[in-house]
Design a protein around this ligand. Structure first.
Ligand code: ADP
Length: 331
């Protein structure tokens, strides 16, 4: 689809350039012809004012020669202008094609990203639906299907429906964040926001006997409290999900020109090549998908990144496989 758009835009650029070039050439041709005519008129006036002479054939020869030279010059000028315009046509076609590609590239990338996102979202939606369908089909085919089996299937279906519900609300959240332009900013104490986020994940941490070790400095910031809490909930939730039971998660808040929050876990870690993609939508590292079988859609960190961006801050991650990960949020 983009190939024909590139060509159309190239044609448009070439047409504009050629209209200008041909216009200039016609103007040059007309100015030059006028100048030559004016010169000839001056020569004619001088000749007419000369005293009468006997050698009139010389005068005729002169007039013929002058006409010949005039025709030659006009032909050469026309030829040069045609060559010039052909050169402009070739150069402008090449330049216009590259310029058209350069102009449309961001649009093409955005569309590719969008269709990748739609494909990933459909895939994630289809997986639980397929599981639900399969379980129901197997149940219906079972001749000894009893109440206990029905209950088991309903329980499993409920789990899958829960996943679908969670995925659709996460997708909705992403879509809303994409549209947000202005935040509800207020003066906040960063440590208070981090504490509020911790309170939301405390139950999860306690379930796995994971301890949070904190080191908070007094950092005042301006930000959207609800969004920042959401950001730290995502990072804490990941730190808990990807850490072994009974481990520790260190959280520090540092004041300064750009206040910082560091979240350091001692979990499974992230491989260097995967570290480059963890903030991409739907990206999940192999370790998260397979070995540990941790639930998730790979959308948490892209939401976190968007929230940090909306605050004009930066989020980064460092990690060693098997030695834990460290996420830094600068605001
Ligand atoms: P998910 O729902 O899979 O957790 P995220 O977007 O939050 O999605 O994270 C993307 C991927 O980054 C995860 O699937 C996981 O592989 C990796 N990841 C994120 N946080 C951590 C962490 N603290 N330790 C190890 N891996 C992590």
């Amino acid at each position: 689809m983009f190939k024909s758009t590139y060509l159309k835009l190239t044609l448009f650029y070439v047409a504009v350039i050629m209209v200008i070039s041909v216009g200039f050439s016609l103007a040059i041709f007309s100015i030059s012809s006028n100048e030559i005519d004016r010169g000839l008129n001056r020569q004619d006036t001088i000749i007419q004012n000369l005293p009468p002479r006997n050698d009139s054939h010389l005068f005729d020869d002169f007039i013929n020669l002058r006409q010949q030279q005039l025709d030659d010059s006009t032909n050469r000028l026309t030829q040069n202008l045609i060559y010039f315009n052909l050169l402009i046509l070739i150069l402008s076609t090449i330049a216009s094609y590259f310029f058209a590609r350069w102009t449309l590239r961001p649009l093409e990338e955005a569309m590719e990203e969008q269709s990748q996102f739609t494909a990933d979202a459909s895939h994630e939606l289809r997986t639980p639906l397929a599981a639900i369908k399969l379980e129901i089909e197997v149940g219906l085919r079972d001749k000894k299907f009893d109440f206990a089996s029905a209950r088991k299937i309903l329980q499993s279906n409920l789990e899958e429906v829960g996943k679908l519900e969670s995925l659709s609300s996460t997708l909705l959240r992403l879509a809303k964040l994409d549209e947000v332009e202005k935040l509800d900013f207020s003066d906040l104490n960063l440590a208070d926001v981090v504490t509020e986020a911790y309170e939301k994940v405390e139950v999860l941490a306690k379930k796995r006997s994971i301890k949070f070790v904190t080191d908070f400095q007094n950092a005042e910031i301006r930000g959207d409290q609800t969004m920042l809490t959401e950001l730290f909930v995502i990072l804490f939730d990941n730190a808990i999900k990807y850490s072994p039971a009974k481990s520790k998660i260190k959280v520090s808040v540092t004041s300064g020109k750009n206040p910082e929050v560091l979240i350091k876990d001692s979990g499974i870690g992230i491989a260097p090549k995967e570290l480059l993609h963890i903030f991409d939508r739907f990206y999940r590292a192999d370790s998260a998908r397979s070995k540990e079988k941790v639930d998730g859609f790979g959308l948490g960190l892209s939401i976190a990144k968007r929230i940090v961006e909306l605050h004009g801050g930066e989020i980064s991650a460092k990690s060693n496989v098997g030695n834990g990960s460290e996420f830094k949020v600068e605001l």
